[in-house]
Design a protein around this ligand. Structure first.
Ligand SMILES: [Zn+2]
Length: 227
């Protein structure tokens, strides 16, 4: 019973948030589109990822982290110059589900703004997309996003952080989730040979299934326009 109430609550919450067009975990089910998103970078996997994306002629969305940006500003510029989408993943990767200080609201705003300013100062680009660390999307974050004209974008499926999963299983798990509007989550901060290995295959399979790979922004904007 408890579980049913919880699921109902989630459904109501999700429909409310969709109607408000602030929070997304996927795109429209009406289009054969997939978005690839990479969090926490730029990092040790980014160069290799950019090479793969270039080779496959695919644009992705990078949810950049402030502390990574300051370490590798040139890579931020490179991601941008290659035509990929830049998005905000805050500055310090604070887990706001666990943040108990009184200045929480201020802190969320500050984290958002600090990362935004960095991206802007390096590329001149002002992103409208944020993914809070750990997918945080409580009311305070939704309100701040709304006020700052941001959309919060979480993900439909991701598993690349699981160390125990083999290449094959990981590829298959991503493939099982190739559905209209899926937003895939992967990470590029740490060196992760699994991602480098499966990404080319994943992209080929997605294309074979007649899906277009688009950026998160393209996917979300389409959804917003439809409504
Ligand atoms: Zn993250």
């Amino acid at each position: 019973m408890k579980k049913i109430i919880y699921i109902l609550f989630l459904l109501i919450l999700t429909s409310y948030l969709y109607a408000d067009k602030i929070f997304f975990t996927r795109g429209s089910a009406d289009f054969n589109e997939i978005a690839l998103s990479f969090d926490d970078g730029p990092g040790l996997n980014t160069k290799e990822l950019l090479k793969i994306l270039d080779k496959k002629n695919v644009k992705a969305t990078f949810f950049l982290l402030g502390t990574s940006i300051v370490k590798r500003p040139k890579l931020v510029k490179e991601i941008y110059n290659k035509g990929h989408e830049l998005a905000n993943h805050t500055y310090n990767h604070i887990n706001f589900y666990k943040y108990k200080e009184e200045d929480k609201e201020e802190k969320i705003k500050e984290e958002l703004l600090q990362c935004q300013d960095l991206i802007k100062s390096i590329t001149g680009y002002r992103t409208k997309l944020v993914r809070f660390p750990y997918g945080y999307f409580k009311d305070d974050a939704i309100d701040i996003a709304k006020d700052s004209n941001y959309k919060i974008v979480n993900w439909t499926f991701g598993i690349d952080w699981e160390k125990e999963v083999s290449y094959e299983d990981m590829l298959n798990l991503y493939l099982e989730n190739v559905k209209p509007g899926t937003i895939f989550l992967m990470h590029d901060l740490h060196k992760n040979p699994v991602i480098i290995k499966i990404l080319p295959l994943l992209i080929d399979k997605i294309k074979e299934k007649k899906y277009n790979i688009v950026t998160v922004g393209e996917m979300i904007n389409k959804r917003v326009k439809e409504k």
